[in-house]
Design a protein around this ligand. Structure first.
Ligand SMILES: *Cc1c(COP(=O)(O)O)cnc(C)c1O
Length: 372
């Protein structure tokens, strides 16, 4: 399938071979225990118990693994996948490098849990400079980072990490596997939240870890089975169903982001505009070399909380919500969650509405929320 286009791969990813009378994507297998062969026991079937074994989940893993170019294990959420990877790989005395400007619950987990069990945590901005990686066990980067949208050169960092004996993991949530394939760029592991653009319907939580190392995938699988952070079969099925339109959704979201960025760049009442697809953006050079398409997410600063809130309230097509990558355009004033951002900082996630409608609505909302 690797020679086919994104749309073709998304539509077919992980589906069973066609068989007359069967559905394209089999419905969710809702099972805790399965029937066992009393003589052969667990060896007699691929399915013994729902925590390690579920055929709906395996089809989704085949699909995401194919898009990422590695073996995939799905988790109950992005946080379950990321914390699961960190706890699988890190032991007391190890050093891990994490982004200062990435998803803030990961930073909170590092200081609350990892440091408490004796893991040394080094926080580094996504754009660097990265310190010597000698003695480091794992580097986790987020590129583009959420919510600031800085990017890092994954291939260059993979080379540095490997030269120092460290592993490199990339959080691919914002880009999705159609936006970039970190394993192709040299990363050892991909982690991501499938809650965002990957599934894109704002109706489920999902996470995954992917790798080409059988040893790393096995270790992550053992972690998941013993801790039990698996997604339910129905959510796994919904996620797989949503993957078929990933290419279409991303294309519209990205085109909408480009149109909104054009509008915002021309306005003197909008500051701090960030989108890696904009040639003036500090992330553009690396992003355009390493990414295959640009995300639907952008960010900007409206100066203060009051104006940001008035903007969101005035817009008809931009709804206030956290998360991103969904069908509906959403705006999130990140500071309200305790994220380390300015009070007027807004992360805007473009949905799949018509570009002209969205641009007109955002322009009108900015006018309505103009500074006094
Ligand atoms: C949302 C997000 C997560 C966490 O994912 P959940 O599915 O909400 O647990 C991790 N990393 C990034 C970059 C995210 O945006």
């Amino acid at each position: 399938m690797s020679d086919l286009g994104d749309g073709t791969r998304c539509v077919h990813a992980g589906l069973p071979e066609p068989a007359p009378g069967d559905p394209f994507l089999p419905g969710p297998v809702l099972a805790a225990p399965y029937h066992l062969d009393p003589w052969k026991g667990p060896a007699g079937s691929p399915n013994g118990y729902g925590r390690p074994d579920n055929p709906t989940r395996r089809l989704l893993e085949a699909a995401v693994g194919e898009l990422e170019g590695g073996d995939c294990r799905v988790f109950a959420s992005g946080q379950a996948a990321i914390t699961g990877m960190l706890l699988t790989l890190l032991r007391p005395g190890d050093t891990v490098v994490l982004p200062t400007d990435g998803y803030f619950p990961v930073r909170a987990f590092a200081t609350d849990v990892l440091e408490a069990i004796g893991v040394r945590v080094l926080f580094v901005p996504t754009v660097g400079p990265y310190p010597s990686l000698e003695g480091v066990r794992l580097v986790l980067v987020e590129t583009p980072a959420n919510p600031g949208l800085d990017v890092v050169d994954v291939a260059a960092l993979a080379e540095r990490a490997h030269a120092a004996g460290a592993l490199l993991a990339v959080d691919n949530t914002t880009a999705t596997p159609l936006g970039q394939r970190p394993l192709d760029l040299g990363a050892d592991l991909v982690v991501a939240s499938g809650t965002k653009a990957l599934t894109g319907h704002s109706d489920l939580l999902l996470g995954y870890v992917a790798s080409r190392s059988a040893e790393l995938v096995e270790a992550v699988t053992v972690w998941r089975t013993t801790t039990g952070s698996v997604p339910g079969a129905f959510d796994a099925w919904l996620a797989h169903r949503s993957l078929g339109t990933l290419d279409l959704r991303l294309a519209r979201q990205s085109a909408n982001a480009a149109a909104v960025v054009d509008l915002l760049a021309g306005r003197s009442d909008v500051a701090g505009l960030r989108w890696p697809g904009r040639p003036e953006d500090p992330a553009y050079a690396v992003a355009s070399a390493q990414m295959r398409r640009m995300p639907g997410v952008l960010s900007f600063d409206l100066g203060d909380a009051d104006r940001a809130n008035r903007f969101i309230e005035a817009a008809r097509l931009v709804v206030a919500a956290t998360s991103f990558g969904g069908l509906h355009t959403t705006a999130d004033r990140r500071a309200q969650w305790g994220d380390d951002t300015a009070p007027g900082f807004v992360r805007l996630s473009c949905g799949v509405e018509d570009s002209a409608d969205l641009v007109a609505d955002i322009a009108a909302a900015l006018d309505a929320a103009a500074p006094a």
